[in-house]
Write a protein that binds this ligand. Structure first.
Ligand code: ADP
Length: 594
């Protein structure tokens, strides 16, 4: 659905009508632009000069009952010129509005689709991709569709059409002048191609430096605590300045090249105009051409060069837009997280018997992190996972929610391998409470409801109460409407923890994964957290990455892990007698204050 189904055409289809209207408006615009200078030529030749008005114009004026004295002609054609210009401006305005509406619509569509795709990518991919790069793709690169189509293909096509029409008119007026005016086009074209090739790589480089810049920014501010705690502001400032400097240099280079380009462009244009002025001027002096016609030719010439320049100027932007388009295509080719098989079933009815059967896993091929793990947990079980750091406890939990898929073996819930459940539905039935409670910016209510978006007010309050969070929320001046800062700032660690437990209560999932908070919390908060957690795990299939003696004592089963293997299973007292590793680990666990 994602990588293979990606076609730029999909994004155009909804805008077929709009694009049609845009094309029609562009045609009207060209016609008006071609007509407008005629009025001025008539004013110059027939009102200010002495050339007679052409036959059909005289007849038309007569039919309208208008006088054809030179003063009358002056006013009439000045007004006609004005009206044509006004109409032209109006069309330009509508054209602009429609173009922006369509362009932004298409950008939004690409963004939505890309956002959905990015969200669906694996955690592994996200871990390897800087956030800034993702942001750059979504914010910057998605503009390419507008750039390519509405600032590229459309203007170029209509500029070419304008060129053609004006050339035909110029040739009709004076073949020599018409052909001469064209003489500028080959050098301009050669120059254009040269420029496009020269600009491609610097423009791409500049975009990449921008991308690096935003990556750095994200990285620094995500880790701002680390930066401050080590007083590394100066160090980061230097690193940032370097990247910012690179970006500035890259864009200056692009800008300089652009400026040189404009100058050559301008010189070519002026040279062309001067040539026509001299040759046309001679024709006027010799009485072969009227001043009005020369005016017309020069005005058209301006118009002819205009579209040429437009084509030329667009080409730089087009190179960038094409690079963006390539990056977006590339992003869509990254295969997203496990797609549900058509036969995938809902996990909504599961009771929560979890069976690991000979499960192995490696983040990096050849370096197993889990090694033939087999065990079963049933509803009501509280499994304490104990083991030295790096033993694979977190990984084991990650496999259950399919953050990663096992390299070998099967994980089944209620006898069905987890790959056969729809992924979203599976994760809906597993609640996770992490050591470091993750909060979003928004109100406390928004944060609690994240676990169950349609929960009623009373269900939410009941969950908060069960999590010992209701009391402190009630004491806040705005209660549940209190707005949390980013990452839940404004609350203590214990309060955040209790909100995250409340969220799990609200989700009411049969399977629970707890990464037990360590002694980071103060005594009172900790007791409240512990009580809440106990209530939470009752009746569910619970896995606790345990850090407390009291938890392991209460566990229905302790699973001792070491280097990716299960080395022992049992109850606390039994393991303490029989297992050396466990005895050592248990002596390091903190106890719950009473
Ligand atoms: P525990 O939770 O028991 O401390 P983990 O499951 O976090 O252990 O880690 C087990 C091993 O896997 C460790 O050696 C760790 O370095 C490695 N590991 C964890 N996460 C990743 C990852 N995303 N990529 C590569 N290796 C990882």
């Amino acid at each position: 659905m994602f990588a293979h189904g990606f076609r730029w055409g999909t994004f155009l289809r909804p805008y077929r009508r709009g694009l049609g209207a845009l094309a029609a408006l562009s045609l009207v615009e060209i016609v008006l632009r071609v007509l407008a200078p005629f009025a001025l030529a008539i004013v110059i030749d027939s009102a200010l000069g002495t050339s007679p008005l052409s036959g059909w114009l005289t007849r038309s004026l007569d039919a309208l009952g208008l006088a054809t004295g030179r003063h009358d002609l002056l006013v009439i054609f000045a007004v006609v010129g004005l009206l044509l210009q006004l109409l032209h401006q109006l069309v330009v305005m509508f054209h602009g509005q429609l173009s922006v509406t369509i362009g932004q619509g298409m950008i939004r569509d690409v963004r939505e689709r890309l956002f959905a795709h990015m969200q669906a990518l694996t955690l592994k991919h996200h871990a390897a991709t800087p956030t800034g790069e993702v942001a750059q793709r979504l914010e910057g690169d998605t503009r390419c569709i507008d750039q390519l189509l509405l600032r590229g293909v459309f203007p170029v096509a209509f500029s070419a059409l304008t060129l053609l029409i004006m050339f035909c008119i110029l040739v009709r007026i004076d073949v020599t002048l018409g052909l001469l005016s064209l003489s500028i086009i080959p050098p301009l074209y050669v120059w254009l191609r040269f420029y496009a090739r020269r600009m491609a790589s610097p423009a791409d480089h500049a975009r990449r430096t921008d991308s690096r810049l935003s990556s750095r920014l994200h990285e620094i501010f995500v880790s701002i605590r680390l930066v401050k705690s080590h007083a590394r502001e100066d160090h980061e400032q230097q690193r940032f300045s370097r990247v910012a400097g690179d970006a500035a240099h890259a864009w200056i280079h692009v800008g300089r090249q652009g400026a040189v380009f404009s100058i050559v462009n301008g010189v070519l244009t002026v040279a062309g105009s001067t040539l026509i002025l001299i040759i046309g001027g001679v024709a006027v002096l010799d009485g072969r051409m009227s001043i009005g016609t020369l005016m017309l030719v020069l005005t058209y010439l301006g118009y002819v060069y205009g579209p040429m320049q437009a084509i030329a100027n667009t080409s730089g932007g087009m190179q960038q837009a094409l690079a963006s388009a390539r990056r977006i295509r590339e992003a869509f080719t990254v295969v997203p997280e496990t797609l549900d098989a058509p036969s995938a079933i809902a996990a909504s009815g599961i009771r929560g018997t979890v069976a690991f059967e000979d499960v192995s896993f490696a983040y990096v091929p050849g370096m197993p992190v889990l090694d033939h793990v087999t065990f079963t947990a049933r509803p009501g079980d509280m499994i304490a996972l104990v083991g030295p750091s790096g033993a694979g406890k977190t990984t084991l939990a990650s496999l259950l929610v399919r953050f990663y898929d096992a390299t070998a073996g099967t994980i089944a819930i209620d006898g069905v391998p987890i790959e056969q459940y729809r992924l979203g539905s599976l994760r809906q039935r597993i609640a996770i409470v992490l050591q470091e409670a993750v909060m979003m910016s928004g109100t406390i209510r928004d944060n609690l409801r994240y676990g169950c978006l349609h929960a009623s007010e009373s269900e939410m309050i009941a969950a908060a109460r069960a999590a010992n969070a209701d009391e402190f929320i009630a004491q806040l001046p705005l209660g549940y409407d209190t707005v949390l800062g980013e990452a839940g700032s404004g609350l203590s660690g214990g309060q955040r923890q209790r909100l995250s437990i409340a969220r799990a209560f609200l989700k009411d999932a049969p399977i629970l994964i707890l990464d037990e908070p360590t002694a980071a919390l103060d005594t009172i908060s900790e007791q409240q957290v512990v009580d809440a957690v106990r209530r939470l795990w009752a009746g569910r299939t619970t896995f606790v990455i345990a850090h407390r003696l009291s938890t392991v004592r209460e566990a229905t089963r302790i699973v001792v892990m070491d280097k990716g293997r299960i080395t022992a299973e049992g109850k606390h007292d039994e393991l303490r007698r029989t297992n050396d590793l466990y005895r050592r680990l248990a002596s390091q666990l903190t106890d719950t204050p009473t």
